[in-house]
Design a protein around this ligand. Structure first.
Ligand SMILES: [Zn+2]
Length: 114
């Protein structure tokens, strides 16, 4: 007898709107114009790099407000240490640090928690 509680949790990719197991899903910050904030985005193996490229465009022109929003995003997903570094940097350096964080996500050296 199968129990539904043993089913693997699946996530909907917000790029292609199909379901994927956790292992195939990347947790990304993406900029949402509607709410004017960085929001959590689940993307599958095929869609995540394109989504990250859009985040890079937005993060390349940080303002004090978007810097803080990015830091709060990191804190919500287990990246508090990086958030602390970004907050202490000048705005120019912060944009650079955000780029490094995105590099780490892209290189799978930083895995954000859903
Ligand atoms: Zn997808």
């Amino acid at each position: 007898m199968e129990s539904s509680s043993h089913r693997e949790a699946t996530y909907i990719c917000s790029g292609c709107l199909t379901q994927h197991p956790r292992a195939r899903i990347h947790v990304l910050p993406t900029w949402n114009e509607h709410v004017a904030d960085f929001v959590t985005s689940f993307r599958c193996d095929r869609c995540w790099q394109e989504a990250l490229a859009w985040t890079r465009l937005k993060a390349a022109v940080l303002t004090p407000a978007t810097r803080e929003q990015f830091c709060q995003f990191l804190e919500r997903h287990g990246g508090g240490e990086a958030a602390g570094i970004i907050r202490q940097a000048t705005l120019e350096d912060a944009a650079c640090q955000v780029g490094i964080v995105l590099d780490c996500i892209e290189g799978d050296r930083l895995r954000l928690m859903p």
